[in-house]
Design a protein around this ligand. Structure first.
Ligand code: HEC
Length: 207
């Protein structure tokens, strides 16, 4: 009995040590990343190291949060949702098609600032198949070819798709899909155009 108890105590001790070591490693890794941004690094770039609450939670749990943390991530993400002023969540698929293919925009600082007039795109093809005619598509995310044929254009389908693009974490905590609306990358109207590109029966995604 005693042997068994000390074995258990030993195991618990090992688990406690492992957890502490993991936390310690996390903090050390964080410090190394911070140090790699020298004082010569443009100030705007250094702001990228500051995590918001959602990023910090996802990092802590290596993007596999336990249920209560996942619920918090979803709650925080839902709170960011904003809609177009005209209330229309489905815009113009032709505009949506353009922005899905554009991978430019967002160069900052002194090294390679955006040229005047550069349009920020959604770069959706980097991770998804969308219109099947486009040959260059990534596969980090699921194929969205025929997405509108599967989902239709009901109010629920439109709202879900809009929210998904505005802040993917409102539906999938710690996903690797960028939070296009929540971090101000795309405007609500641009997101409505992307929704149309995915759902409109006329869009090449569905033809
Ligand atoms: C960095 C990669 C990445 C980029 C860029 C990206 N996504 Fe995603 N997307 C994902 C991943 C991964 C998933 C699956 C997990 C999830 O649902 O969040 C996903 C899921 C989705 C879904 C839900 C699919 C379903 O069946 O539930 C939609 C809709 C979507 N993406 C649309 C877009 C659009 C539109 C863009 C461009 C504005 C875009 N994505 C850009 C990675 C990406």
């Amino acid at each position: 009995m005693i042997g068994r108890r000390s074995w258990l105590a030993g195991m618990l001790g090992t688990i406690a040590l492992t957890v502490t070591a993991a936390e310690d490693l996390h903090d050390r890794a964080e410090a190394v990343v911070r140090r790699s941004f020298s004082t010569a690094t443009p100030e705007e770039w250094r702001t990228r190291l500051a995590q918001d609450e959602v990023q910090a939670l996802c990092s802590r749990h290596r993007d596999a949060p336990p249920a209560e943390v996942a619920a918090r991530v979803v709650e925080l993400s839902r709170a960011t949702l904003r809609y177009p002023d005209n209330g229309r969540l489905m815009g113009n698929w032709r505009e949506g098609e353009k922005l899905a293919s554009i991978g430019t925009g967002g160069h900052i600082g002194r090294i390679q600032p955006d040229r005047p007039g550069t349009r920020k795109g959604g770069n959706c093809y980097a991770c998804h198949v969308l219109a099947p005619k486009e040959m260059a598509a990534g596969n980090l995310g699921p194929s969205l070819a025929g997405y509108g044929k599967i989902h239709g254009t009901s109010e629920d389908a439109v709202r879900f798709t809009y929210q998904k693009i505005f802040n993917a974490q409102a539906w999938f905590p710690c996903t690797h899909m960028p939070r296009f609306g929540a971090n101000g990358w795309l405007t609500p109207d641009e997101i409505a155009d992307a929704v149309a590109f995915l759902l409109d029966p006329e869009s090449p995604v569905n033809r």
